[in-house]
Design a protein around this ligand. Structure first.
Ligand code: ACM
Ligand code: ZN
Length: 500
């Protein structure tokens, strides 16, 4: 059975459940969203009406269970010749149960075939009988996409969200602002997208309207995926400076970057207008994204301009800060406190550890050899693990192979397995991980090719327990996803390009 990620406990049973034109779904009101998803796949595939009812006999039943579960995302699936029961303590579990049923059905439930169909094959729709008990290993299972380097159309973003839900991932980390483009319409600062969303003489780019964002968020919410927007500061902000040059230390002029890299022009930390601007932007961001967390970036911020800027130096003096690293922490902490007033948690890349991490920040550890996870956890911070050594899927598949990613251990930092519960005083602070697909070399039509099949290994690593892991077994399951991903418009790349 090609379930991915591998469930915690799966007992195959004899027989099959055969669907008929009378197939219906029984679901309490709280299970409406996962029931709608399931009905959608079945209707597309079979052409049958597949009604959803509150109760009564039905081939598919969503059942609430309030006994001691294994957390909010746990679920059971029982399939017998008379019906399939999906039991969960909370809606998140029902979503996973529904996705499990989806994976047990033919890829044809995904809709339009990627290749012309020469013949019509009458199909019998069956499910194998089984008993399955499942819950995730980590609560935060994410994937970063980068709309900053290349604008990604809404349809592409939705496809990615659907694939995340299919593989039981629950966070879309959406990188929305960059040196090369500001992608989010902000009512109070229209030049951000009039100027900041376009680069070069041919005005290459694009941006998302409020309605676009609302439509992606609604689509994700209907699939149990939280959208985590990343609004970069204080660095990677050249597109914003091109739109509003007074926000930089030198006053510009600036242009939206047309090359990749790390740029020296960043928000001025000594100018109060920068904070007015960022607070207004983030107020609109909080309004658009209902999730708990907002990512502030805070990586790769050169200090060259701050060192030469009288306003930044005056700020260092006035606040009694040690140096420009401390100024960065002060800057980010001020924004974090603002977001707290809006009820939001902030996430920063691990550079935030350099000036002493502000209280309450969630640290996303990406520099594999910096001991960022241990340092952050020792300081009491929650951590999302994303080592570039293993889960940066923008890296070439020539060395960062599917097997290499599958070999990632979220409890290993650098080269030692040092994040075991015995070593970590509070292992629960390691809340999960994310695969990252930075966009420099990844225009929208390449996303499936670049992300898959390797994102499957990330999904499996963050969901499934270690016990019973087997490369050959995983490999077969992963490659069996190719058809389904192609139906979804995310045709995977080769498993590896060269090498053994
Ligand atoms: C990063 O890759 N700069 C987080
Ligand atoms: Zn300055």
């Amino acid at each position: 059975m090609n379930l991915l990620p591998r469930p915690n406990r799966l007992e195959p049973a004899a027989g099959t459940l055969t669907l008929t034109p009378d197939t219906a779904i029984a679901a309490p009101p709280e299970a409406r969203a996962p029931a709608e998803l399931l009905a959608g796949w079945l209707r597309t595939a079979t052409g049958w009406p597949v009604p959803i009812r509150a109760a009564g006999p039905a081939a598919f039943a969503f059942v609430a269970h309030d006994g001691p579960g294994k957390g909010p995302e746990s679920y059971l699936v029982d399939i017998t010749p008379t019906g399939a029961t999906m039991t969960a303590p909370q809606p998140a579990g029902w979503f996973h149960a529904a996705q499990t049923i989806r994976q047990l059905l033919s890829p044809m439930v995904e809709g339009v075939s990627p290749v012309p169909t020469m013949e019509w094959h009458p199909m019998t729709w069956t499910l194998p009988c089984l008993a399955l008990k499942d819950h995730p290993r980590f609560g935060w299972r994410g994937f970063l996409i980068d709309s900053g380097r290349h604008f990604l159309p809404v349809e592409t973003v939705k496809r990615v969200v659907d694939a995340l839900a299919l593989y039981k991932m629950n966070r879309l980390h959406w990188h929305l602002t960059e040196d090369q483009g500001w992608r989010l319409a902000i009512a109070k600062y229209p030049k951000l997208t009039e100027v900041g969303a376009w680069r070069g003489p041919t005005r290459y780019g694009g941006f998302y309207t409020r309605e676009d964002i609302q439509s992606v968020v609604a689509y994700a919410t209907a699939r149990n995926v939280e959208v985590v927007p990343e609004i970069e500061l204080p660095g990677h902000a050249q597109a914003a400076l091109a739109a509003y040059p007074h926000l930089g230390c030198t006053g510009g002029p600036y242009e939206v970057a047309t090359k990749w890299g790390i740029f020296e022009d960043v928000y001025c930390a000594g100018n109060d207008q920068v904070f007015e601007f960022l607070e207004a932007v983030l107020t609109e961001v909080c309004d658009l994204f209902p999730g708990r967390a907002i990512h502030l970036g805070a990586d790769e911020c050169p200090k060259v301009r701050w060192k030469a800027c009288p306003k930044c130096q005056a700020r260092i003096k006035k606040e009694g800060l040690k140096d420009e690293h401390a100024l960065q922490t002060w800057f980010v902490h001020r924004i974090i406190r603002f977001l707290e007033t809006k009820g939001k948690r902030s996430i920063c890349w691990d550079e935030i550890l350099e000036g002493g991490p502000p209280p309450g920040v969630i640290v996303q550890a990406w520099r594999a050899n910096e001991k960022a996870v241990s340092k952050a956890v020792a300081a009491g911070h929650e951590v999302i693990h994303s080592p570039y050594s293993h889960v940066y899927l923008n890296e070439t598949q020539a060395w960062c192979t599917l097997e290499h990613v599958w070999g990632w251990d979220p409890l290993v930092e650098g080269d030692k397995k040092d994040l075991t519960p015995a070593v970590l005083p509070r292992p629960e602070l390691l809340i999960g991980g994310e695969g990252c697909l930075w966009g420099e070399w990844c225009p929208p039509n390449r996303i499936g090719w670049q992300a898959f099949p390797r994102l499957l290994a990330v999904a499996e690593r963050l969901w499934s327990k270690d016990e019973g892991r087997d490369w050959t077994e995983f490999h077969a399951r992963a490659l069996a996803q190719a058809d389904r991903l192609s139906y979804l418009g995310l045709t995977p790349g080769p498993e590896q390009i060269s090498g053994s």
